[in-house]
Ligand binder design. Structure first.
Ligand SMILES: Cc1cc2nc3c(=O)[nH]c(=O)nc-3n(C[C@H](O)[C@H](O)[C@H](O)COP(=O)(O)O)c2cc1C
Length: 206
């Protein structure tokens, strides 16, 4: 079996929804096993947000998912990271997980595995692309092989509509107040990303 891991952090659920679409696409490839894992919330953020219904509902919806471990990263042949934008780059919750995996970096445990990202931001120009691009930097330090989202397979990107999708990552626009849900086109591109990473992982695994 080719093993695909989807570690995600999601405060309000948009990235969680995208994670399910990515998983669906990966499962379209024969002989692929998919595991979705969540990056845990910081206690202080949980406390600060506990009065927000949208946040509480989104957290409740993911509480049964397993928490991401370092063994999950070792287990996977392909890793697709789900990341909501924070000030144009990844959230500290995700960075903490990545930083805490320094032992895997030292051992070269992730070298040669396949990787990609899917992103969410509040606004169209709020940093979707910078979040994907800046995340590529630590992923390359691990020796991961980054797979993008090419125009040829994703013509939906060629639009002036306020949706996600770029050559760097699948993505979605949550809206300034978080009230948008991922557009059908965002979910379609997320599925294709999952399928692409799974196919490349399977080929490289041999
Ligand atoms: C502290 C903080 C910083 C944020 N920074 C940005 C930003 O730089 N650009 C942007 O477009 N959205 C920003 N947002 C909005 C989030 O990206 C948005 O809530 C998220 O993509 C929704 O995904 P989720 O529902 O999976 O959490 C920020 C939100 C928070 C809480």
């Amino acid at each position: 079996m080719t093993k695909i891991l989807i570690p995600f952090y999601s405060a309000y659920g948009h990235i969680h929804t995208m994670a399910k679409a990515v998983a669906e696409g990966a499962k379209d490839v024969e002989g692929v096993e998919v595991k979705i894992v969540r990056i845990p919330e910081f206690d202080e953020v949980q406390k600060a947000m506990s009065g927000q219904d949208a946040y509480v509902q989104a957290q409740d919806a993911q509480e049964d998912l397993p928490v991401a471990t370092h063994d999950d990263l070792k287990w996977a042949d392909g890793i697709i990271w789900g990341i909501p934008t924070r000030y144009g780059s990844m959230p500290a919750q995700m960075k903490q997980y990545i930083d805490s995996a320094g032992g895997l970096w030292m051992n070269g445990d992730l070298e040669g595995k396949v990787t990609s990202t899917f992103i969410s931001s509040g606004s169209i120009h709020g940093g979707q692309e910078t979040t994907a691009i800046t995340t590529i930097v630590p992923l390359l330090h691990f020796g991961l092989i980054y797979v993008g989202l090419p125009y040829g397979e994703n013509p939906e990107q060629l639009t002036t509509d306020g949706i996600g999708g770029s050559p760097y990552a699948a993505s979605t626009v949550a809206g300034p107040d978080g009230s948008n849900q991922p557009d059908e086109r965002d979910l379609t591109m997320a599925k294709r990303l999952g399928k692409r990473v799974a196919s490349v992982s399977k080929s490289l695994r041999g």
